[in-house]
Design a protein around this ligand. Sequence first.
Ligand code: SF4
Length: 54
Amino acid sequence: MALSMRKAINAKCKDCIYDPKSGLGTWRQQVEGCTSTNCALYPLRPVSKKEPKR
Ligand code: SF4
């Protein structure tokens, strides 16, 4: 079965931002913390329903 769009976006964001050695959390936390608002995938990136406290 083809990769779903959700999985494809998740995989792209993970590949783009995740650094397991950075100590900045899981790939999801790092994607959530992405600040590239001009990226086409920014509004579609996987985030939890509640915005994390900053
Ligand atoms: S939204 Fe952020 S993490 Fe996802 S592809 Fe764009 S720049 Fe990378």
